[in-house]
Design a protein around this ligand. Structure first.
Ligand code: CAA
Length: 415
């Protein structure tokens, strides 16, 4: 971690303080109760952690995505649910930063920076998960308003949040300008905008995940992000490129947190007259867990740095970090449960929660299958830079199905 600056360390320490002082002691309670941890949110806001990614001109500290990731990592080390409860405010607000008008940014970003308004991101639907372009929720222009009809699924932070970035179809006949983003403030009490279901989840139980429903919901034209319809999908993709290092950091935090518990337990737990940490099979597990967690961490920091630098390969690196770090989180947390043995499987112990919290990180913000697709598409796009290698690859004329030699072979009697 030597390349981290003093500023990075300061954010990391500030988040670690909140994580150890406030989050860890309450993690089991909110996991059990599955209620929103307002006291934790207040501590996060008080420590100024919601200001990290928000530019200075909109009331934040302008500290960027790398510092955001350092905060998410520390919070997730103590509780994976709190990690995402925090990070989703960045996910929800990136569409405003990417596509909002100056007036929308000035109005809403300072409220998010202070924690006065929480935000949720509404892209997925029942029939549109990985295929985000396939969404059906419709927003029909009508005079000075849009009328929304449809549903949104898996809105993390929904119910607790006041603000919702909602993606909807504004031009069903267009291929590339079909979708637009809206910024809806629930405090405006738009008739026909309801939270229709709150999910009961395996993990990340302190943060609500809800379904939104719109029934002839009339919203002012001013809620259209950027003021121009048709740029929603592009802004959603740009948002995910910026936000995926955050989920990756959640994975690193979960892996690190589970590893630390496993190390402590392995020294405490005795079998065959010795602490299990003295057995080489356990040592190998711990070493692999630590090695993979550290590799994931370095990839997450590199991807976040690429986003902050606006590098053209930032989207590819973000997908790599998200995929790798969350796969590592699943493996490391599962192995941590293994080291705890039967106790690890029990809810009396803190470790099984890490495994449950880790699972969703492989699924949301794009499944890890989608991340691999994004990585591969980028590799293929970049292939031009390796064109000089072609001359070293032997070429051979491919034979078609009507090649005479092939046909003769097929026509020859069997045996
Ligand atoms: N940046 C900018 N523009 C982009 C882009 C990017 N990274 N990726 C694609 N685009 C543009 C393309 O240039 C193209 O533009 P034109 O039409 O003008 O040419 C357009 O978007 C369509 O691109 P594709 O043809 O590549 O799109 P696709 O339909 O093949 O889908 C996909 C690509 C990568 C599979 C995408 O649908 C995807 O990322 N799916 C996963 C969705 C996802 O991550 N959902 C997570 C929901 S949020 C969540 O989970 C949060 C939570 O709970 C915490």
């Amino acid at each position: 971690m030597s390349f981290l600056t003093a500023e990075n360390h300061a954010w990391r320490e500030r988040a670690r303080d909140v994580a150890e002082r406030v989050v860890r002691p309450l993690a089991a309670k909110y996991d059990r109760e599955q209620t929103y941890p307002w006291e934790i949110k207040d501590a996060i806001a008080k420590a100024g952690l919601l200001r990290v990614w928000i530019p200075k001109e909109y009331g934040g500290d302008g500290a960027g995505v790398l510092n955001l990731c350092l905060v998410v990592e520390q919070l997730s080390r103590a509780c994976g649910g709190v990690g995402v409860m925090y990070a989703v405010n960045a996910l929800g607000s990136f569409p405003i930063l990417n596509g909002g008008t100056e007036a929308q940014k000035k109005k809403y970003m300072p409220l998010i920076a202070t924690g006065e308004k929480l935000i949720s991101f509404g892209l997925s639907e029942k029939y549109a998960g990985s295929d985000a372009q396939g969404l059906r929720c419709a927003a029909v222009p009508d005079g000075d308003s849009f009328v929304l009809n449809g549903e949104k699924k898996w809105n993390t932070n929904g119910g607790a949040a006041n603000l919702y970035t909602v993606f909807a179809v504004t031009d069903p006949n267009s291929k590339s300008r079909r979708i637009s983003a809206f910024l809806l403030d629930k405090d405006e009490n738009y008739a026909g905008f309801e939270i229709s279901k709150t999910e009961d989840k395996m993990g990340i139980r302190c943060v609500p995940v809800v379904e939104l429903s719109f029934k002839n919901c009339r919203v002012p034209r001013g809620t259209l992000l950027g003021g121009e319809p048709g740029y929603g999908f592009k802004h959603a993709m740009m948002t995910l490129d910026m936000a995926r290092p955050g989920v990756a950091a959640q994975g690193v935090g979960l892996a690190q947190g589970a590893l630390e518990y496993a190390i402590v337990y392995a020294q405490k737990r005795e079998q065959f007259g010795a602490p299990i940490s003295s057995f080489q099979m356990v040592q190998q597990m711990l070493a692999d867990m630590a090695m993979k967690t550290e590799a994931a961490r370095q990839l997450v920091y590199a991807s976040a740095h690429a986003v902050d630098e606006g590098r053209p390969d930032a989207g590819k690196l973000a997908a790599m970090a998200k995929c790798y770090a969350t796969d590592v989180a699943m493996e490391v947390t599962t192995n941590a449960v293994q080291i705890f043995g039967g106790y690890g499987y029990m809810k009396d112990y803190p470790i099984e929660k890490y495994m449950r919290d880790a699972k969703i990180t492989q699924i949301y913000e794009g499944t890890n299958q989608v991340q691999r697709l994004v990585i591969a598409r980028n590799l293929i796009k970049e292939a031009r830079q390796y064109a000089a290698l072609e001359k070293y690859i032997p070429t051979e004329i491919q034979r078609g199905y009507n090649d005479p030699e092939t046909l003769a072979r097929q026509a020859a009697p069997a045996g």
